[in-house]
Design a protein around this ligand. Structure first.
Ligand code: UGA
Length: 338
């Protein structure tokens, strides 16, 4: 099969390229505006175009492929507070162009959405086909992100009903792993997602900020489990026109517990005593006016399990492996500089 991966240079995309090139013989074509995270030399068989998603070459590649994998999105909370319109334009409008092209050229679409579409929790878990999708006030910008993604899912679903598109939709739950978000300077606010903030803090000795008390919960999924989940969905005809959560419910943790775990693991990996302290901060101070946080309940993953997939990495392993990757990156940067 020939796969066109839009967003192949991002965190999920680079890991997908890595996984598929090691475990399958699919032909891979990647597109991204940046190739910073993609070690292109490691994938000689990958055709990669560094360009905008609306470039003519992308349309040509789309015509020539069998499956389109759409990862094009801004996903960091800081971005939806600072640039809600850019988030809507990229995550909805530009993605709609991709959907339209898939319809026009009869291509199977695998669309990455987000667990944010569930919004505020209404039960103990999120179930793909049952859970109410509950968002918040207009002035809270998190919901333009959630609503844009939700509307995209609804349009894709409607095409499926009309019979002019086959698709699968993936809702990721806090994936982490190698090539995750960028690091920041000590004490910086906003910017990347929580794992990268805490990793930065540990490396610099800066504060580990607990936004609004740190009692909100997330369940972190190892990117290798996520990539295997993608492969399951790609391979199984039962996944056509279905939505799947990819998450790891037993890895559920409060943000305060996450900070403590990461401190302990850091100490263990570096044989040192971390100097970073946990420091409280309000959501508005950390992200800006218009931020709304929410606790997130774990994913119900029975639907993907029924296709034979199972997450394999527990929380300690997931954090440890990802932190070890960042430490190795730091070490090689120091080696190169000396
Ligand atoms: C984000 C996106 O909104 C989702 O679309 C995406 O799917 C998700 O990340 C993901 O990685 O899968 P969120 O979980 O809120 O959602 O993103 P994080 O920035 O990782 O924040 C997690 C929690 O940590 C939030 O409660 C946030 O307020 C808190 N946080 C963040 C801190 O307490 N300290 C920090 O330094 C950073």
């Amino acid at each position: 099969m020939r796969l066109l991966i839009l967003g192949a240079g991002g965190f999920i995309g680079t890991n997908l390229v890595d996984h598929l090139s090691r475990h399958t013989d699919h032909e891979l074509v990647g597109v991204d505006v940046s190739d910073e995270k993609l070690e292109r030399a490691s994938y000689p068989e990958l055709t990669f175009h560094q360009c905008s998603f609306s470039a003519d070459v992308v349309k040509q590649e789309l015509v020539d492929c069998d499956v389109v994998v759409d990862l094009v999105a801004f996903a960091n909370p800081s971005l939806y507070v600072e640039k809600p319109l850019d988030v809507f334009k990229l995550n909805f409008l530009q993605n709609m162009d991709i959907v339209d092209l898939c319809v026009e050229h009869n291509k199977h679409l695998i669309q990455y959405s987000t667990c944010e579409v569930y919004g505020r929790p209404t039960g103990p878990t999120y179930k793909e086909d049952e859970t109410e999708l509950v968002t918040g006030p207009i002035a809270k910008h998190r919901w333009i992100y959630a609503s844009g993604k939700q509307l995209l899912e609804r349009v894709i679903h409607a095409h499926g009903l009309e019979g002019d598109l086959t698709y699968s939709i993936i809702r990721p739950f806090n994936f982490v792993g190698p090539r995750f978000d960028y690091l920041v300077d000590a004490g910086e606010t906003g910017g990347p997602r929580v794992f990268a903030h805490y990793m930065s803090a540990l490396l610099t000795g800066g504060p580990m900020y607990l936004v609004d008390g740190g009692e909100q919960r997330r369940s972190f999924t190892h990117i290798d489990d996520a990539s295997r989940g993608f492969e399951t969905i790609l391979d199984d005809p039962r996944a056509k026109n279905e939505i799947y959560n990819i998450g790891n419910p037993p890895n559920d943790v409060s943000i305060r517990e996450l900070a403590t775990m990461m401190r302990d693991i850091y100490g263990d990996l570096t044989k040192s005593t971390p100097i970073s302290q946990l420091v409280d901060i309000s959501g508005e101070e950390f992200y800006g006016v218009g931020y709304e946080d929410h606790t997130r309940v774990p994913a119900d993953i029975e639907k993907l399990r029924s296709l034979g997939w199972e997450p394999r990495h527990d929380l300690d392993e997931t954090l440890r492996e990802t932190m070890a990757w960042y430490l190795e990156q730091e070490a090689s940067t120091i080696r190169e500089a000396s």
